[in-house]
Ligand binder design. Structure first.
Ligand code: SF4
Length: 437
């Protein structure tokens, strides 16, 4: 009975190579044993030729491979074996093994999302550069796909994600993976471990192009009325006035929110931006990194904007409140909504940003942004999706905050709300174009 040992739990590349060779050699699933981390490299059977599988089956297998279940190697091999033999139903709806694989894939995807939501960074220095260090214990093997997603979404971000399963390190030279750390007692322990181990980690780290990126959401239906939207060319740098405002706001003590927060998170965007997107307040990751909309909600906003044909590099993005308001729960900082008074006090900076930028359209993401600009409570679900004329002659458009999508209780409602959000953003894009003509 063949016994094949994978290099590590996330050795997707090794598993694929071995599964292909064993299928071609005619090794029945029941005759094959999969293990992890054997002392010697396993030999593969000599097998010639090749075969193709549907992309959806490979994608499902890649996602299910991230589940923390030792049975996954064998069950996924069985699916590949049956697909090759033509005995796997095309849709696989009623197939018990397909149902298990789908359950694993969904669990891994939800866990990947949870990790990105709960990850908390500590700012450190790596080779003279700002760097972000975070620890998290995921339920499944989602470190690699999450690290790949984060690296793609923010090419300038240097980070190290530490988990008990392993570490992902990303700097200017690329993304690598090494050994991990079990529960550090506090941030100081984590930083001390990082400082003591970074050279060893980097010397032994690998990147074998393993598990593919994580995904945020199931494939959301693409709105049918997506218009053909042309590019808007704008200067890419903030104006001098905005740079001065950013510097001045960094020392703001107008309200008590500056006390527990790490730093002011001011808006960012090019000087000629025709649209200003306004959220509620800086979140945990924004507070640590110092930039708006870089956490899970920001990543989802990027994705939806891309789908709607809006280039984030061409808009200005900010928050109604520039400091992170939170409550401590153990080691976690839990978001607390700013009060109407705090929104009113911080409006000083929002007004200053508007005056410096003079955008044609304000995009209000959620109730706090609506209150900050319209000066009254707003019922987002009732009032969303249409433009408002502002007393000063500007235009505003209200929609939900992307964190609303993250709070949806199930996949179906998330997909539905995501599609509605993209539709709103397409309307925003049309509004920007018409206001710029
Ligand atoms: S929340 Fe706004 S007003 Fe309050 S301290 Fe921060 S920047 Fe100043």
């Amino acid at each position: 009975m063949p016994d094949y040992s994978l290099a590590h739990e996330t050795d997707w590349t090794g598993w694929r190579r071995a599964a292909r060779a064993f299928v071609l050699a005619g090794v029945e699933p029941a005759d094959l044993t999969w293990t992890v981390g054997g002392l010697e490299a396993s030999r593969l059977p000599d097998a010639e030729g090749g075969f193709t599988l549907s992309g959806s089956l490979v994608a499902l297998a890649a996602r299910a491979f991230q589940a923390r279940d030792p049975e996954r190697f064998g069950l996924l091999y069985s699916l590949i074996w049956r697909a090759h033999r033509g005995t796997l139903p095309l849709t696989g709806e009623d197939d018990p093994d397909m149902r298990i694989a789908r359950r694993w894939a969904l669990a891994a995807r939800a866990d990947a999302h949870r990790m990105r939501t709960h990850l908390r960074f500590v700012p450190v220095t790596f080779r003279g550069q700002g760097h972000f260090l975070g620890w998290y214990e995921p339920g499944h093997f989602v470190l690699e796909p999450n690290a790949r997603l984060m690296a793609r979404r923010d090419p300038a971000l240097g980070f190290t994600l530490v988990t008990p399963d392993g570490t992902a390190h990303r700097d200017a030279t690329g993304l690598r993976f090494g050994s991990g750390l079990k529960n550090p007692e506090d941030d100081e322990t984590l930083v001390a471990w990082w400082e003591a181990h970074q050279d060893t980690l980097l010397a032994t780290a690998h990147d074998d192009g393993g598990l593919p990126e994580a995904e945020d959401l199931p494939e959301a239906p693409r709105p049918p009325d997506r218009p053909n939207l042309g590019p808007v060319v704008l200067p890419a740098r903030p104006s001098n006035a905005m740079r001065t405002l950013t510097r001045d706001a960094s020392g703001c003590v107008r309200c008590p929110l500056h006390g527990p927060a790490t730093q002011t998170v001011f808006g960012e965007g090019p000087s000629g931006a025709r649209a200003m997107f306004i959220g509620e307040q800086a979140g945990d990751q924004e507070d640590t990194i110092g930039r708006p909309f870089v956490g899970p909600a920001g990543q989802l906003l990027d994705e939806a904007m891309e789908q709607a044909g809006i280039d984030r590099r061409q808009i200005y993005i900010t928050n109604a409140v520039k400091h992170f308001k939170f409550a401590l729960r153990g080691r976690r900082r839990i978001h607390v909504s700013p009060s109407p008074e705090e929104i009113g006090i911080c409006r000083f900076w929002l007004d200053a940003e508007r005056a410096a930028l003079n955008p044609a359209v304000l995009v209000l993401l959620g109730g706090s942004a609506g209150r900050a600009v319209l000066g009254r409570p707003v019922a987002v679900t009732r009032e969303r999706g249409r433009p408002f004329n502002l007393p000063d002659g500007g235009l505003a458009f209200l929609t939900v905050h992307p964190s609303f999508l993250l709070r949806q209780p199930d996949e179906a409602s998330r997909a539905r709300e995501y599609a509605a959000f993209v539709r709103d953003l397409i309307a925003v894009r049309t509004l920007i174009n018409s206001a710029s003509e």
